[in-house]
Write a protein that binds this ligand. Structure first.
Ligand code: NAD
Length: 289
């Protein structure tokens, strides 16, 4: 019997790569339900699998912010069970906090937090009844330490950590394993898809010059990190596979292979001062006092 995998956010990036890898598995181990909010974007996925995988891949519409679309997708799984649920859909939000509207902030939480939670909710009763299951969530180092100009994104990803850790404790009793795949920067459409206050935006005219200067520095830092240190989706997919293939998966996987230094600092220096100073130094170095 194939393992039934359902993945959210498969029109690009990590979700797309994972869907392609699992659907093309040489042993045909998986039946993949690759879901996406907008089916008009399915071409890229179809091109990547080269149409060879009709028996291992199905594409379904699912908007994680729309409960009915989640339930409809669930009902279209012909096996009537999902062995491995991958909550991957997510969006970024970047810019000075004073300029973010409540609506925009809500949207980020709708997708990243409630989208993930309500997807899990929809599949949980079935997994509990089966007495087995895997829930994998694309986490972020932005869910482990704060990042300036990413307050709401980090809040959403920190929230995911809390939700998943709480669930993991309970779901042990049902033989359901929850794992977070913690990613640093990855080469995907993330930077294109994120909501960002651009340097030319008129909204920046209201901003004090000190914050503006720091924001410019942050954007430069961000560019150079994505150019020099971003991982490819294939590297991330390997870590997902580790978690999927392990008989007793860990709760957290770090795609870089090590606990990120700032996360380490948070553990060894829980008062937070070193972590915050180091982050500031990394991003704004010349501004450091
Ligand atoms: P991406 O933008 O290429 O992929 C995100 C996908 O989520 C897109 O296909 C998008 O259409 C989808 N999505 C957005 N809103 C949705 C909704 N309401 N319903 C269903 N799908 C929706 O970027 P990615 O890097 O592949 O992002 C995947 C996950 O990885 C996200 O959760 C992101 O936060 C996380 N992540 C990314 C990075 C990075 O640097 N790229 C770093 C850490 C974590």
């Amino acid at each position: 019997d194939k393992k039934v995998v359902l993945i959210t956010g498969c029109s690009s990036g990590i979700g797309l790569s994972l869907a392609v890898r699992l659907a093309s598995d040489p042993n045909k181990t998986f039946k993949v339900y690759a879901t996406m909010r907008n089916l008009a974007k399915k071409e890229r996925l179809l091109e990547s699998v080269k149409g060879l995988h009709k028996d291992t891949l199905d594409i379904l519409q699912m908007d994680v912010t729309d409960r009915q679309s989640i339930l409809d997708a669930r009902d279209r799984v012909v096996e009537k069970r999902v062995d491995i649920l991958v909550c991957n859909a997510g969006v970024g939000l970047m810019g000075p906090l004073e300029l973010q509207s409540l609506d925009t902030m809500r949207q980020i939480l709708e997708v990243n937090l409630f989208g993930t939670i309500q997807t899990i909710q929809a599949f949980l009763p079935e997994m509990k009844a089966q007495g087995q299951g895997r829930i994998l969530v694309t986490g972020s180092t932005g869910g482990l330490h704060g990042l300036p100009f990413n307050e709401v994104y980090c809040a959403s990803k920190f929230a995911i950590e809390g939700a998943c850790e709480s669930l993991a404790v309970l779901l042990q009793h049902f033989n359901i394993h929850v794992s977070l795949i913690e990613c640093g920067p990855v080469n995907t459409d993330f930077l294109v898809n994120l909501q960002k206050v651009e340097l030319g935006d008129t909204s920046l005219e209201q901003l004090d010059t000190h914050t503006l200067g720091l924001y410019e520095k942050y954007l430069q830092h961000c560019d150079s990190v994505f150019q020099n240190a971003a991982q490819d989706t294939e590297d991330i997919v390997k870590v997902f596979l580790d978690a999927i293939q392990s008989p007793s998966p860990l709760f957290r996987y770090f795609t870089s292979g090590v606990v990120p230094p700032l996360t380490q600092l948070k553990i060894t220096q829980p008062d937070g001062s070193q972590c915050i100073r180091s982050m500031s130094k990394i991003i704004f170095s010349s501004e450091e006092k």
